[in-house]
Every structure is written in structure tokens, then in C-alpha cells.
Design a protein around this ligand. Structure first.
Ligand code: 13P
Length: 287
């Protein structure tokens, strides 16, 4: 059931659990995540970066695929189709394509510019009944060529953006996209506490979910994180399972080269990973 992320975010924040955002890259990814959400009776957010959207032939194609798949698989749990780290133009394209949720990432802009554009997009989202995520203080690491420094957000800026009426707020607390370096300092719970104190009930978003130790994720959820984004971890398990299949020579046996067989172990590995994350985030049975 395709919905805005508004209600699932409010329920998660009130219930002290988090909804997972899992990024999609193709049909197999989408199918694995939707089937797992249904099996776990968990709400879910399908994240689409601008790069992945382009790869999948544009947001219109993604939207049509997700809507049709949601229907043909008979998905009953709430599913939000969400633009991840959207540009100003990207947000309008996704609104037009029928996404149910957008993220405007103005964190690389001057704060006043971020504020002005977020204000406008909050208004658009409100009018159309969509959810909207905003970002303050960039998230570290690299995603689709966008490199952030892993800075921590300023709590006062977080409050200013939260007060605009965004649905959820991504605020840097030392988190990084991709695999964490050996010398990573960990999440800054001090920053998270200060942000939470400034923004009150606003559901917070933890980007860079890959590789954060489970105890840190749980603590962050206890402290107000209501959405955790995971992308790289699904890519890694997909790679590992596909590699194992080929290295075992299974693609050389019988019809093992059939793409439906070749991609099956990777798709299965994504399901296992998504289920593990839903259990960790506490969203199982919350649909
Ligand atoms: P990871 O790739 O580190 O899991 O981060 C995903 C993310 O934050 C998407 O916005």
C-alpha cells in the first residue's frame, strides 16, 4: 500500500522504534524489500537516489514499477516511495512522477538558501499530502558522487528547519555513507541529545546505516531516531552472494546462467539483510 511516510514516522517516533529506508537499484532489489516488509508486517520506505533513478530510466519508470509491483504482490503494509538526497529540481520531478515522499537535501547550500528552498518544498508537499525530509549538516562519506565531511549539525539550525513543518529531519551526528573507516569516532550522542532537545517530537533520520554497531543504532533510536537509512549493506551482501554463486561454478551448470537463477542468491541475501535490520530497528509487526 503506497502511502506518504507521515503516519509511519509519527507512530515510530511515539513507539520508540525506527522505520528502515532501504535504497532500491532495480527490480530485484524492490521485490526483495517489498516481500520482506510484507513478511515482517513492517512499514518500509523505498529510497531512490537521483543516480539510481537515472539508472532505472527516470523517476516515472521507478514510480510505475513500484506502484505496479506493490499491487501485483498484494502488499498490505505501508510503503513510502521516497526520493533520497534530492536536489530542488529532483524534488519537483518526483512530485510529478507520483512519489509519496521526498527528501530535499539543501545541506551543501548556504543555510539561508536551504531554509528558503525547504520552506517552499514543505508547502508543496503539504498541499499534495506527501511527506518531506530535510537535512541540516551534511552526512559524511560519498553517495552518488556527493561527498560530505561527516560534520555534526547545529541544533539551532535543526530547530529552524524542523519548525517549517517537515515530516522528518536528517541531521549529521558524525554518521557517514558507505563503509565506516577503521578510525571512525562513532556517533556523537552529545550532538543527538542537543538536537533532540531543540526539535522536540520531530522524527530524526539516521543516514549511513551501513556498519553502525547495533548498540549505537539502538541507542540512537532510544534518543529520537525514527528512520534509519541502509544502502551499502544490501549492495555488499548482494555482491557476496552473487560472487559465491559464480565462484562455485553454478552459472556453468545446466541453466545456471539464466538471469533469474543468477540473481536469485543476491536477491535472497537482500531479504535476509532487510529482515535483520527490521528486527534491529524494532519495526517488525508494526504495520
Ligand atoms: P549507507 O549506504 O551507508 O547504508 O547509507 C545509506 C543512506 O544514508 C542513504 O541516504
Amino acid at each position: 500500500m503506497l502511502v506518504s511516510a507521515k503516519e509511519m514516522m509519527q507512530k515510530a517516533a511515539a513507539g520508540h522504534y525506527a522505520v528502515g529506508q532501504f535504497n532500491i537499484n532495480n527490480l530485484e532489489w524492490t521485490k526483495s524489500i517489498l516481500q520482506t516488509a510484507e513478511e515482517c508486517k513492517s512499514p518500509v520506505i523505498l529510497g531512490v537516489s537521483e543516480g539510481a533513478g537515472k539508472y532505472m530510466c527516470g523517476f516515472e519508470t521507478v514510480s510505475a514499477m513500484v506502484k505496479a509491483m506493490d499491487k501485483s504482490l498484494g502488499i498490505t503494509v505501508p510503503v513510502a516511495l521516497h526520493l533520497d538526497h534530492g536536489t530542488y529540481d529532483g524534488c519537483y520531478k518526483c512530485v510529478k512522477a507520483g512519489f509519496t515522499s521526498i527528501m530535499f537535501d539543501g545541506s551543501s547550500l548556504a543555510f539561508d538558501d536551504n531554509l528558503a528552498k525547504t520552506t517552499e518544498l514543505v508547502h508543496v508537499a503539504e498541499q499534495l499530502g506527501l511527506s518531506i525530509e530535510a537535512e541540516v549538516g551534511s552526512i559524511g562519506g560519498e553517495e552518488d558522487g556527493v561527498v560530505g565531511m561527516g560534520e555534526c549539525a547545529d541544533p539551532q539550525e535543526c530547530k529552524t528547519i524542523a519548525d517549517l513543518g517537515v515530516t522528518m529531519l536528517a541531521a549529521g551526528i558524525g554518521n557517514i555513507h558507505g563503509v565506516y573507516p577503521e578510525n571512525w569516532a562513532g556517533l556523537s550522542f552529545e550532538t543527538l541529545a542537543a538536537i533532540k532537545a531543540a526539535v522536540g517530537d520531530m522524527p530524526l533520520v539516521l543516514h549511513g546505516g551501513t556498519g553502525i554497531p547495533d548498540d549505537m543504532v539502538k541507542k540512537a533510536i532510544d534518543m529520537g531516531v525514527a528512520k534509519v537509512n541502509v544502502n551499502t549493506e544490501c549492495q555488499l551482501v548482494f555482491r557476496d552472494a552473487t560472487r559465491a554463486y559464480i565462484e562455485a561454478g553454478k552459472d556453468q551448470q545446466g541453466k545456471g546462467f539464466d538471469p533469474r537463477k543468477l540473481l536469485a542468491p543476491g536477491a535472497e541475501a537482500i531479504k535476509v539483510k532487510v529482515k535483520e535490520k527490521m528486527e534491529l530497528f524494532g519495526s517488525v509487526g508494526k504495520a
